[in-house]
Design a protein around this ligand. Structure first.
Ligand code: P1T
Length: 414
C-alpha cells in the first residue's frame, strides 16, 4: 500500500486489504465507505450533493425528497438544490421555491402552467429574450400573447379578455426602468377566474422588492444577476405561496427538466449570504452615479427610480425598499457614433451583456440586449441609439464616476 491508501500498480494486489468487506477491487472502489445512509454531518456549509439518484428503501416508495433522507431521482430533487430553493423562498416571503437552469428556463417553465387558447398580457418593455420567447416560441403552442404598456393600469384593464389567464410584469423594466404597480395589477387579476400575476423581480432582488407581499402569485428571477452576483452562474428561480401553483411548478420542473447543477446551487447559496451587503452597496453606487449623470453637460436624461425626476418615483417609494445598481441614461444627441465612442473609451465599465455582478458593466440596448426588436418597437419604448444601460458594481464610486466622465468627454471630442 502507498501512503495514500491505494495499491502501488507494480505490487501484486493483495486482497488482504479488502478483507474488511470481502469485495473485489472495482466493487470496493464503488462501495467501500460510501453507504448512502451515512451522509449526515455537522458541516457548517451546505454540502454539494452530486448524486443523480438515491437508494430506495422499497419498490414504489413514492415519498418526496427530504433533505438527508430518501429522494427519488436527481432531476426531481437534490439536497443542495432544495437547500437553495428553501432560502430563495424565504427571502421572497414565499412558502415554495423552485430553481431552474437559467432565467429563461424559469420563464418557460412558468408559462407552461398555461394551456393552448389562453390569453397572456405581457408588459411591452421587458428583457428582449422574454419578448422573443413569448413571440416566437410560446405563440407556436396556441397561446395568444398581447404586449401592452402597463405603466397605466387602464391599459391592462382594457386588454383583459375572457380567456386572460396570466399577466406578466417586469418591474423595474429592462432597460428603461419603468415601474408597474404590482398591487394594482394583482387586484385586476384576482377579479378574474384563474388569472395569475407573475413578476420578474430580477432587477431588484427580494432585498428591495417582494412582489408576493403585494399580491402577485409567482415571482421569478434570473439568478444569474443579483442573486448570484459574481458573474459565474446562469440560473433561474420561481417562488409562490400558492400550494396548487407550487404543485404544478414542481411537476413542470421535473417534467421539463430544466434544472440547475448542484454546484451552481451551492454557488448561489453562497452568494445569497452576502446579498444584503452587496445590494446596499449597489444602491449607494448606482444612486451616486445617477446623481452625477443628472448634472453632466453631455447627458440628456437619467432613468433611475430613486431620483425625484423619475416619473414613477412615488410608486417606487411605495412598492420598493430601495433600488439596485441599474441606471440607464440618454447621451445628448441620441447618436450611434457618439455612443460608440463613449463605449470605446470606458476603462472600468466593461461593455457586456448581463448585470447584477460585482463588476460594473455598460450595455447598449438598441444593438445588444434589445437589438432583436424592430426599430419601430424600440423607438416606441425609448430604446434609442443614445440609451446606455449601466450595471453599477461594487467598485469605488469615485473611480466609476471618473470613468464615465472621461468617456463622455471623449465621446464628444471632435
Ligand atoms: O440569462 P438568463 O439567466 O436566462 O435570464 C434571462 C432574463 C430574465 N429576466 C430578466 C429581467 C433579464 O434581464 C434576463 C437576462 N438579461 C440579460 C442577459 C441582460 O443583459 O439584460
Amino acid at each position: 500500500m502507498t501512503t495514500n491508501g491505494f495499491h502501488n500498480h507494480n505490487s501484486s494486489p493483495s486482497f488482504d486489504d479488502f478483507l474488511e468487506n470481502d469485495f473485489s477491487f472495482s466493487t470496493t472502489a464503488i462501495h467501500f465507505n460510501q453507504e448512502p445512509e451515512q451522509w449526515l454531518s455537522n458541516a457548517v456549509v451546505p454540502p454539494i450533493c452530486l448524486a443523480s439518484t438515491y437508494k430506495q428503501e422499497a419498490i414504489a416508495d413514492k415519498r418526496g425528497f427530504e433533505y438527508g433522507k430518501l429522494g427519488l431521482y436527481g432531476r426531481l430533487g437534490n439536497p443542495t438544490r432544495q437547500c437553495l430553493e428553501k432560502v430563495l423562498a424565504a427571502l421572497e416571503q414565499a412558502k415554495y421555491g423552485f430553481a431552474f437552469a437559467s432565467g429563461m428556463a424559469a420563464v418557460l417553465s412558468v408559462v407552461h402552467i398555461l394551456k393552448a387558447g389562453d390569453h397572456v398580457i405581457v408588459m411591452d418593455d421587458i428583457y428582449s429574450g422574454t419578448i422573443v420567447y413569448f413571440k416566437k416560441v410560446a405563440s407556436k403552442f396556441g397561446l395568444s400573447i398581447e404586449f401592452i404598456d402597463g405603466t397605466n393600469l387602464d391599459n391592462i384593464q382594457h386588454a383583459i379578455k375572457e380567456n386572460t389567464k396570466m399577466i406578466w410584469l417586469e418591474t423595474p423594466s429592462n432597460p428603461t426602468l419603468k415601474l408597474i404597480d404590482i398591487k394594482g395589477v394583482s387586484k385586476i387579476a384576482k377579479n378574474l377566474p384563474d388569472c395569475i400575476t407573475v413578476v420578474d423581480n430580477t432587477f431588484l432582488s427580494p432585498y428591495f422588492q417582494r412582489p408576493l407581499t403585494l399580491g402577485a402569485d409567482i415571482v421569478i428571477h434570473s439568478c444569474t444577476k443579483y442573486l448570484n452576483g459574481h458573474s459565474d452562474v446562469i440560473m433561474g428561480a420561481a417562488c409562490t405561496n400558492n400550494e396548487k401553483l407550487a404543485e404544478t411548478l414542481r411537476f413542470l420542473q421535473g417534467s421539463i427538466g430544466a434544472i440547475p447543477s448542484p454546484f451552481d446551487c451551492y454557488l448561489v447559496l453562497r452568494s445569497l449570504k452576502t446579498l444584503e451587503v452587496r445590494m446596499k452597496k449597489h444602491m449607494e453606487n448606482g444612486l451616486k452615479i445617477a446623481k452625477f449623470l443628472e448634472t453632466h453637460p453631455y447627458v440628456e436624461k437619467v432613468l433611475h427610480p430613486g431620483l425625484p425626476s423619475h416619473p414613477q418615483h412615488e410608486l417606487a417609494k411605495k412598492q420598493c425598499y430601495g433600488h439596485s445598481g441599474m441606471v440607464s441614461f440618454y447621451i445628448k444627441g441620441h447618436n450611434l457614433k457618439t455612443s460608440k465612442k463613449f463605449f470605446k473609451h470606458l476603462n472600468i465599465f466593461a461593455l457586456a451583456f448581463s448585470l447584477g455582478g460585482f463588476e460594473s458593466l455598460a450595455e447598449f440596448p438598441s444593438v445588444m440586449t434589445h437589438g432583436s426588436l424592430s426599430e419601430e418597437v424600440r423607438e416606441r419604448l425609448g430604446i434609442t441609439d443614445g440609451l446606455i444601460r449601466l450595471s453599477c458594481g461594487l467598485e469605488d464610486p469615485s473611480d466609476l464616476i471618473s470613468d464615465l466622465d472621461q468617456a463622455l468627454r471623449e465621446a464628444f471630442k471632435l
